[in-house]
Structures are given as structure tokens and as C-alpha cells.
Design a protein around this ligand. Structure first.
Ligand SMILES: CC(C)(COP(=O)(O)OP(=O)(O)OC[C@H]1O[C@@H](n2cnc3c(N)ncnc32)[C@H](O)[C@@H]1OP(=O)(O)O)[C@@H](O)C(=O)NCCC(=O)NCCS
Length: 175
């Protein structure tokens, strides 16, 4: 399939998705995308934890739709174990929409949304077996560290100023 060139982007509070069919569509995409990576790390898809994060009162989700279906999304929330930081919960693009314009469109929208936020660093976790995401995190300037308590998973963090001034952020602001 040739990916459509235009996407309908909306930004929602995760809480507003409770009991909504859209939440199931989002979780289904997450599961479809992540199951193989998690399986290779010997872990099941963390269904309950993912639901808690998605519906968390501080969660914001940027969703791109094409022809009515979810083509991709990114969501983030306040990081309770690192007060003052934000946690990038998930970034997912349906297979048919990868390698096109969508990842950059979501990233540009995320950076714009983060402009209005006070935070110290953006953090996330990346599976060591997820080569694509590791390469993307490095390109964005994230610092990656092994997690001694969770072998196979890395802590990724990127300070707010470094994120704002990165070459990629400047390029996306101009686009
Ligand atoms: C991760 C994901 C969102 C990226 O979207 P995408 O459309 O595949 O990304 P793009 O093709 O636009 O590539 C983005 C950048 O990463 C680079 N990249 C992508 N895959 C790569 C790989 N395997 N190795 C090295 N670089 C890679 C691209 O070269 C591009 O960099 P550039 O803009 O400097 O050229 C998408 O692949 C996805 O949903 N994957 C499954 C879910 C997942 O792993 N999510 C992250 C964990 S929560």
C-alpha cells in the first residue's frame, strides 16, 4: 500500500479515551508492533501497565489517522519516579505507514507540544533488541544507559535544552 501523504492529527488527554473504541485500536496497534520485540526479550506485552499509562490523568497522546484508522501515535506523561521529568510511553506507527512522512510529522507535533511544558528531561525505556528505536534515540541525542535491575532494557534521557537545540529539532521546526 502507498501511504497517504496527509494525516489527520489530533491531541487528546489519555483519560478521555477511557471506554472508547479508539483506546482499543491504539492498544491493538501497540500490541501488534511490540509483541515480537518483547517476545525476543522473553517478556509478554504488558497489557495492564499499558492501559494504566494510556489512561493516566497526565497522559497526552498525539494521534495520526488516515482514512479513519489509526496510522500512528506518540504519548507521554509526567514521570512520577523522576519528578519534573516527562516519560515518553510509546511511539507506534502501523507497518504500512513506516518509512514515509509520518514519523517526522508526529515528532514535529510532539516537539511543538513540549515547547509549552516545563520539564527537566524527557525520558523513556528502549528494549536492547529494538535496533531501529535505539538508532532513532541516538540520532535524537538521547543518552542511553543499561538498567542493572532490568537486563535487556535501556534508560534513555534527553535534557530539555538539548532537545530544543538539537539539529533535528531545528530542522523539524523549519519544516
Ligand atoms: C520506531 C518507529 C515509530 C519509527 O517510524 P518509521 O516510519 O519506521 O521511521 P522512519 O523510517 O521515518 O525513520 C526515522 C529515522 O530512523 C532511522 N531508522 C529507522 N530504522 C532504523 C534502523 N533499523 N537502523 C538505523 N536507523 C533507522 C531512519 O533512517 C530515520 O532517520 P533519518 O530521518 O535521519 O533518515 C516505527 O518503526 C515503529 O512503529 N516501530 C515499531 C514500534 C516501536 O518499536 N516503537 C518504539 C518503542 S516504544
Amino acid at each position: 500500500m502507498t501511504p497517504p501523504r496527509s494525516y489527520q492529527i489530533s491531541i487528546l488527554r489519555g483519560e478521555s479515551l477511557r471506554d472508547c473504541p479508539l483506546a482499543e485500536e491504539i492498544l491493538a496497534l501497540d500490541r501488534r508492533n511490540m509483541e515480537a520485540t518483547l517476545r525476543s526479550a522473553g517478556r509478554p506485552f504488558p497489557e495492564q501497565r499499558r492501559r494504566q499509562t494510556l489512561f493516566h490523568p497526565s497522559n497526552r497522546i498525539i494521534i495520526a489517522r488516515a482514512g479513519g484508522a489509526v496510522a500512528g501515535y506518540v504519548d507521554y506523561l509526567e514521570y512520577s519516579s523522576h519528578p519534573g521529568d516527562l516519560y515518553l510511553s510509546s511511539v507506534q506507527i502501523a507497518a504500512a505507514h513506516r518509512g514515509g512522512t509520518l514519523f517526522r510529522a508526529l515528532l514535529a507535533q510532539l516537539l511543538e507540544d513540549l515547547e509549552a511544558r516545563e520539564f527537566t528531561a524527557l525520558r523513556t525505556h528502549v528494549q536492547g533488541s529494538n535496533a531501529a528505536m535505539l538508532a532513532i534515540a541516538r540520532k535524537l541525542g538521547f543518552t542511553l544507559r543499561e538498567r542493572p535491575d532490568h537486563p535487556g532494557t535501556l534508560d534513555a534521557s534527553l535534557g530539555r535544552e538539548r532537545l530544543r537545540s538539537s539539529r533535528l529539532a531545528r530542522r523539524l521546526r523549519r519544516a
